[in-house]
Design a protein. Structure first.
Length: 547
């Protein structure tokens, strides 16, 4: 058969048989190709899809570079003398059962062995092997590949349960592990050059597994179709796109710019967007409630209700300063108690530091339209309720609260127009030692808090006027004195004290009158702030109309 093939091939070809460099006989029912022993100059031999059992003729082809004998009946693994330059061998779909030592084939670059092996071995000295196809075998553990310079590895259709033994394959670019029983992507972390991964038809059920390949900046194509994760996680695609921002193809579908934007907006929205959403949520829930007629405490067309917000990174001292200010200037300010889902720290009191409530209660309050703003911080919810402000306002006082930047952004969207004081640590070391001396935070929490200093600083730099005043908090006592000075100045406290002293002899000076005067000055303070810090007297009628 071969000879008839060859003679038909030779027919019309000039030159001698030894001049052939390439012979190709696919699917010709060839059984015996021993005649090819005479073709010593062959560089490429392609005899796929025949019935060949013996490849010993290859021993007579010292110049052979490419051999394709796939889909035959060969059972003898590499049963020929190694041609010195043999680079590509395809012996897939034959009847070989066991791999054997290929040290003599050290020039191999590409090897296809899609057979029935249960163990990988014998490749240790193939120090040029870059492409290896071991698909459709019975391999349950990857081993013996760690010394190879592989760039392409195909192990689909095996019995792998875990990705192990690949850690050292730092040159790997394309990896096919489809149709196995893999549950985790752990083991791929070190393979930073990967640009294509096929994990179809496995047992991956958690999208967070993608975190193992999150830093693979060259990764462009990922296939995860046929894994439980697609069923279990309804937003699977968006979540994968969020975790792997560099992907261009997911499950063979192009990852669009719109998908990338939606995924970021969903899983890590920019602060402004989160604040807008927060504001919208509370507004909508509030509007969905049966109409409540709030007393006019918080509503005044002429000027907004006075509020003071101390903001800054966690543990910078803003809470202590807020409490102290409300204590010292109790005739002007009262503490607006927020709600939180975190449990009380040692020494914290219900209603004093926070209203400590459960997650369900918090959600219920959101749905009842109770909050002005909320944030999630450190895994807990925090929120400022309208009632908390109302309680203070009813006392005729200005509400003083402390909050993180996200809360400020949300509050700025509301009808309230507080004054914002930024308290910022400028000496990181002393900030860290203050945080650790509280004994409340894990190193990760402290790291997160420290990283937010720059967030505040950048906001202050990039948005002049965003904060009304900035006070460094390296030394809390100094910070408080500065805060008091600012407040005294705003409130014209000296001037008021003198006025009160002068009036103390006046028969008309009733206690309620004094209280009113305090309220009036509070109002003056905020009114003047609204007018660009210009001091201005406000008439009693003005004040009463505000009340
Ligand atoms: N309603 C709110 N909106 C936004 N941020 C808030 C709100 N209530 C509290 N926060 C802030 O959430 C952060 C965490 O509060 P928490 O009381 O758990 O922290 P802390 O460790 O005691 O730190 P701090 O001393 O700064 O309050 C703090 O920065 C706090 O100011």
């Amino acid at each position: 058969m071969v000879s008839s093939c060859l003679s038909s091939l030779e027919h019309g070809v000039t030159g001698m048989k030894h001049t052939y460099h390439c012979l190709s006989f696919p699917n010709r029912n060839l059984k015996d190709i021993s005649i090819l022993c005479n073709y010593g100059h062959l560089q490429k031999l392609e005899v796929p899809q025949n019935e060949i059992k013996d490849l010993s003729c290859v021993s007579h082809m010292p110049l052979l570079v490419i051999l394709d004998a796939s889909r035959n009946q060969i059972s003898d693994f590499f049963g020929f003398q190694p041609p010195q330059n043999l680079k590509e061998v395809n012996l897939s779909h034959n009847q070989m059962k066991k791999m054997k030592d290929l040290s003599a084939f050290c020039c191999l670059r590409k090897l296809d062995l899609d057979n029935g092996f249960s163990e990988i071995c014998g490749l240790k000295h193939c120090c040029m092997l870059t492409h290896l196809n071991l698909a459709h075998n019975k391999i349950s553990r990857i081993s013996g590949l760690d010394t190879l310079p592989l760039t392409h590895l195909f192990l689909s259709g095996n019995q792998l349960k875990a990705i192990e033994g690949l850690e050292t394959l730092k040159s790997l670019q394309v990896l096919d592990l489809s149709s196995n029983r893999i549950t985790s992507l752990s083991g791929l972390q070190t393979l930073r050059l990967l640009c294509r991964i096929n994990l179809e038809e496995n047992l991956i059920s958690d999208v967070q597994e993608c975190k193992h390949i999150r830093d693979h900046y060259l990764l462009r194509e990922l296939k995860l179709r046929g894994n439980p994760v697609q069923v279990v996680q309804p937003d699977y695609r968006l979540e994968v796109v969020f975790l792997l921002q560099h992907l261009t193809l997911l499950d063979e579908d192009t990852v669009t710019v719109e998908e990338k934007v939606s995924s970021v907006n969903k899983y890590d929205p920019p602060m402004e967007l989160a604040a807008a959403r927060d504001h919208m949520t509370h507004l909508v829930y509030q509007m969905m409630q049966p109409q409540v007629l709030y007393d006019s405490t918080l509503i005044c067309a002429a000027s907004p209700y006075p509020m003071l917000v101390l903001t800054g990174p966690q543990g910078c001292g803003k809470r202590e300063l807020t409490h102290r200010l409300c204590q010292d200037l109790g005739e002007y300010f009262a503490y607006g108690t927020c709600h939180t889902t975190r449990g009380p720290y040692y020494g914290e009191e219900e209603g004093v530091d926070y209203h400590f409530i459960s997650e369900e209660e918090f959600q219920h309050m959101i749905h009842m339209g109770k909050f002005i703003q909320t944030i999630q911080y450190g895994g807990h919810m925090y929120g400022l309720s309208r009632d908390a402000i109302e309680d203070v306002a009813r006392e005729g006082l200005a509400c003083c609260v402390h909050m993180e930047l996200e809360g400020v952004l949300s509050l700025k969207k509301s009808c309230f127009e507080p004054r914002y004081i930024l308290l910022i640590p400028t000496q990181v070391e002393s900030y860290i030692s203050r945080l650790s001396s509280r004994g409340l935070y894990t190193p990760a929490q402290m790291k997160a808090a420290v990283s937010r200093i720059e967030l505040y600083a950048a906001t202050n730099r990039q948005h002049p006027g965003f904060f009304d005043c900035v006070i460094p908090t390296n030394d809390l006592e100094e910070a408080y004195q500065k805060l008091r000075r600012v407040m005294n100045e705003y409130l014209k406290i000296k001037q008021q004290e003198e006025t009160e002293k002068n009036n103390s002899t006046s028969p008309n000076n009733t206690p309620s009158g004094a209280h009113l005067s305090t309220q009036l000055l509070t109002h003056v303070f905020f009114y003047s702030l609204n007018q660009g810090w210009a001091s201005r007297a406000v008439s009693k009628q003005d004040f009463l109309s505000y009340r």
